[in-house]
Design a binder for this molecule. Structure first.
Ligand SMILES: [Ca+2]
Ligand SMILES: [Ca+2]
Length: 171
C-alpha cells in the first residue's frame, strides 16, 4: 500500500511540469533593479530593450520627452504570460495612463484611466502601442506590473520588448 501511494505521488510530481502551468521561480532580467522611479531604466528613443516582469517586482522605465510631443511606448510580447498592467506618469507626477484591472485579460472590463490624448492600442495580438501626450519637457515614467489569474497557484512572468519613440505634435 505504501508503495502505491509513493508511486502515485511520483506520478503526480512528474505530471506537474507537463500540465502547462506557469512555474516559479523564473529568472529576472539584467535591467534589475528598476523597481522605483529613482532606479528606473533609462530608455533611448528608438532603441529596444528586452526584459522580463514578474509579480511583485515592478519594471520602471524613464525617457525624456516634450514639450509638444507624442510619446509612444511599443511593447511586443516575446512569450510567457502576457498579463501586464501599465502606468505612465509625467514629469510633474501627473498620471497620464493607468490600467485599473487586477487580473489577466480584464482590461476590457476595467477601463484604464487616461489623460486627454492618451491611447492604448491593443489591436494587434501580442503588441501594445501606448501613446501619451508629452506636453511638458522632462522625464516620463512607464511602469509595468505583472498581474495573475484569480486562482493563480503559480506566479506568472512576461518577456517583452519595449521601444519608446517620440513624434512632434503638429499644431
Ligand atoms: Ca524585470
Ligand atoms: Ca524590476
Amino acid at each position: 500500500m505504501k508503495r502505491s501511494r509513493a508511486s502515485m505521488l511520483a506520478i503526480a510530481l512528474l505530471a506537474l511540469p507537463m500540465c502547462g502551468c506557469p512555474r516559479f521561480p523564473r529568472p529576472e532580467d539584467s535591467l534589475e533593479p528598476n523597481d522605483t522611479t529613482e532606479t528606473a531604466t533609462a530608455l533611448e528613443v528608438g532603441v529596444p530593450v528586452t526584459a522580463r516582469v514578474v509579480p511583485g517586482n515592478l519594471d520602471i522605465f524613464k525617457i525624456a520627452a516634450g514639450p509638444g510631443e507624442m510619446l509612444v511606448f511599443a511593447l511586443e510580447s516575446q512569450g510567457e504570460e502576457d498579463c501586464a498592467a501599465f502606468t505612465v506618469t509625467g514629469p510633474d507626477e501627473a498620471e497620464l495612463f493607468a490600467d485599473q484591472h487586477l487580473f489577466c485579460g480584464d482590461r476590457d472590463f476595467d477601463a484604464p484611466i487616461t489623460a486627454e490624448g492618451a491611447v492604448l492600442d491593443t489591436g494587434t495580438e501580442g503588441r501594445y502601442m501606448l501613446s501619451v501626450p508629452a506636453e511638458v519637457a522632462g522625464d516620463y515614467f512607464l511602469t509595468i506590473k505583472e498581474l495573475g489569474q484569480v486562482d493563480n497557484i503559480f506566479d506568472f512572468s512576461w518577456l517583452y520588448r519595449l521601444t519608446a519613440t517620440t513624434t512632434e505634435v503638429s499644431q
